[in-house]
Design a protein around this ligand. Sequence first.
Ligand code: THG
Length: 272
Amino acid sequence: MIIFSERINGMYRDVRGAIADRNKEVIHRLLAEQLAGGADVIDLNIGPTKGDPAENFLWLAQAVHEVTDKPLSLDSAKANVLVQAVPAVREALPDTGLVINSCTAAREYMDKLLPLAVQYRCGIIGLTMDQDGVPGNVEKRVECGASFLMAAIEAGIPTEDIYLDPIILPIHAAPKQQIHAVEAIRQLAAVSDPPPRFIVGLSNVSQKCPLHKLLNRTYLVMCLAAGLDAAICDAADRDLIDAMITAEALLGKHLYSDDYLRAWRMQKGLAC
Ligand code: THG
């Protein structure tokens, strides 16, 4: 599974403060924990910070790039912010992998962001929602996912750079929707050939829930069994990553050994 680190997000007060104060040390410390846990892609979200969003993204991307040349995912729900931030980051970091996070299946978003992904050589995450919001049933999620996928392929984005995100909602707020997202992954994986990648914002599921780590790791295993390829998650949560590795071993994605957790970390060059 491709691990997108969720922690460099301005929703967290320490990251918000670090962006405002241009304090790289805070970012570098959090990043080191995520890399030690196995993060493959660093999701960057400036949250509700003050100032110019593109400048904040650029500062954050450069601060991260000082430590690692791993790909970056530029995370904003606002298409106009991405339209400004992507060219700025691409110009500063011409050789770094970039993912646009995210685009909906609404025409207005796709018309802005699909050409941007092509022009600036970015992957892109498509949410299974449109102008009417997050669907209340599986069928509409699948329909939105399929129409985003077709539009992205038509725009010229390679399938391996297209991620579909079935949108995870918190269990306390929308208790029936978690299984919809799992089912949407299963159905979209079955109908698309070649399939895109499937990703979730895992911690959404447990927002404001006391047993958040248990919810996250249990839900991750359910999504993996349905065909999940990537998750935006806390790579520093050791139990979460152990559950992921174990699920992948049970799904036949790794050669089993008695020491498979250690083997996974050694193969990634991580301390065991
Ligand atoms: N899909 C895509 N991108 C996304 C999301 C998604 N980006 C943002 C978000 N969702 C994924 N990132 C997070 C990061 C943190 C949390 C949830 C999702 C989180 N944090 C804890 C909380 O709010 O309870 C802790 C907060 C704190 O300690 O201050 O849940 O779905 N494509």
